[in-house]
Design a binder for this molecule. Structure first.
Ligand code: MLT
Ligand code: ZN
Length: 487
């Protein structure tokens, strides 16, 4: 993402691929000790067979090494539930620049003896030492996992809808055409529970719910907010798929509902909530267009993926249903699908996990990984669409909303200097202005090292440089990365 492991000038590449052995696993505590070159997915399979899970998961699991995960302090998809590697890594073995083997491979949960040296190496991107083994705390494997993929938006339709006026956004005929489930609380005819994916046969609609006859093509029955072609015909909202929003001042219809859904979800799902991810309509377009994945819901400005992991299926299902009922009733969510079996879970996760891959098929990608206060997080995407205009092919926002982490990506046909100049330092200044971080989980590597000062005060930078000089006086460990050039 940031060129942290990409040789640029005269580096020597060190591969830990052959250091791929599990050293020990404790079946009561769930402590795994393994060599740095173990592939994350293989470790996941290993611990899952023993009733545990790895505390981190990410799209690159099939190829990334645990040593690299720790060196880069990878965040990923389970962060919301299990927290950072700064908490789950119990110990490390590290080879220092002078060849000293620092064996801090503790398996202890508690060890308050002086400085916690391992923390220095977690997220140091290999600039302070080479991690050769990891001791990590694995949580018990959840017995029940549910994934809900939701269309999260309350879009008020300009078309009047008399029978269902109390809940225009939910029960307007345009929604009745294709929703997977709908609230039963407002309109008696729609009293039904949500269905699970795949979509079951639809019950005969109540006459009051039947879409009004619309002349012409079938899709004209859809609300103008929902279709690209009709988006300009009298509808004030931007088309969800239109690559650019005309002006940031229009705000982001639907994002407030994404946030509100998150609050509701945290309150009602509590300890079983294990992921809250979001993606915008352009992301969905990209995964459909480049990877031919199909969306289980209708077009919308925003989608939310919610995962629950718990120990009792009925208990979790009940909680999830309560949440969905409330989200639907209040109009925060207008369409969705729920999966519990492995294949469908994976298919729903793929829509979110493979955005990065879809982006790489779209052209040259400018990638930003930002921590921002959640309420203003998406404003940057909207701002940029207006700022960049036709210079950019796509400006997309997605990420780990539950962690306040926005992945902002901009694509263009080819690298363009003027586009880069329009993006930087604007994105960094915007982020610093909102007291955010210029790297939430990807690190600084080669590309972002000069942006470090936007997120750290001069005293912190100085201390980092002193630590680097102490541990690697000759500058041989991952040179040219992480710290600004003068270091
Ligand atoms: C993700 O969450 O998908 C990655 O961290 C971001 C990316 O691959 O662009
Ligand atoms: Zn991410």
């Amino acid at each position: 993402m940031v060129g942290g492991s990409v040789p640029v000038f005269d580096e020597i590449i060190l591969s830990t691929a052959l250091m791929n052995q599990v050293i020990s696993f404790h079946s009561v505590s769930g402590t795994l000790v393994c060599q740095a070159g173990c592939i994350l997915e293989e470790l996941s399979q290993y611990v899952e067979a023993r009733g545990f899970v790895m505390p981190l998961d990410l799209g690159a699991k099939g190829s990334c090494h645990i040593g690299g995960n720790v060196a880069t302090n990878a965040g990923g998809l389970r962060f919301l539930r299990y927290g950072s590697l700064h908490g789950t890594v119990l110990g490390l073995e590290v080879v220092l620049a002078d060849g000293t083997v620092l064996n801090c491979l503790s398996a202890l949960r508690k060890d308050n003896t002086g400085y916690d040296l391992k923390q220095l190496f977690i997220g140091s991107e290999g600039t302070l030492g080479v991690i050769t083994a990891v001791s990590i705390q694995c949580p018990p494997k959840p017995r029940a996992v549910n994934v809900a993929f939701l269309e999260a938006a309350r879009l008020l339709c300009p078309q009047p809808c008399s029978p269902c006026s109390r809940s225009l956004h939910l029960l307007h005929p345009c929604r009745a055409l294709g929703g997977f489930f709908r609230s039963g609380s407002v309109h008696p005819c729609s009293l039904q529970l949500w269905s699970v994916w795949p979509r079951p046969p639809r019950p005969a609609p109540c006459p009051a719910m039947t879409p009004p006859p619309v002349p012409g093509r079938a899709e004209q029955a859809l609300c103008p907010l929902r279709t690209r072609s009709l988006a300009t015909a009298g509808c004030l909202h931007a088309s969800p798929l239109g690559p650019k929003t005309p002006s940031a001042a229009q705000g982001c219809p639907g994002f407030a509902e994404v946030l509100q859904t998150f609050s509701t979800c945290k309150g009602l799902l509590g300890e079983i909530l294990s992921a809250y991810e979001f993606m915008d309509a352009e992301c969905m377009w990209l995964v459909r267009h480049h990877l031919h994945l199909t969306s289980p819901v209708q077009e919308s400005p925003f989608y939310v993926l919610i995962e629950t992991s718990g120990s009792r299926a009925e208990h979790d299902a009940e909680k999830l249903n309560d949440f969905l009922e409330q989200a639907l009733r209040s109009g925060l969510v207008t369409d969705g699908t729920v999966a519990t079996d492995q294949m469908k879970l994976k298919a729903l996760w793929a829509l979110r996990e493979r955005i990065s891959e879809a982006l790489s098929w779209d052209g040259y990608v400018y990638k930003y990984d930002l921590s921002l206060p959640t309420d203003t997080l998406y404003d940057l995407v909207t701002d940029l669409r207006a700022r960049l205009g036709s210079q950019a092919k796509h400006v997309v926002g997605y990420g780990h909303l539950g962690d306040g982490n926005l992945h902002l990506n901009v694509t263009s046909e080819a690298f363009s200097r003027s586009l880069l100049d329009a993006l930087e330092p604007y994105v960094y200044e915007w982020t610093a202005g909102h007291r955010g971080s210029v790297s939430a989980e990807h690190g600084l590597g080669f590309k972002k090292k000069d942006a470090l000062h936007y997120s750290k005060p001069p005293a912190a930078l100085r201390l980092m440089q002193q630590l680097k000089a102490l541990l690697d006086p000759k500058g041989i460990l991952n040179p040219y990365k992480t710290l600004p050039a003068q270091a």
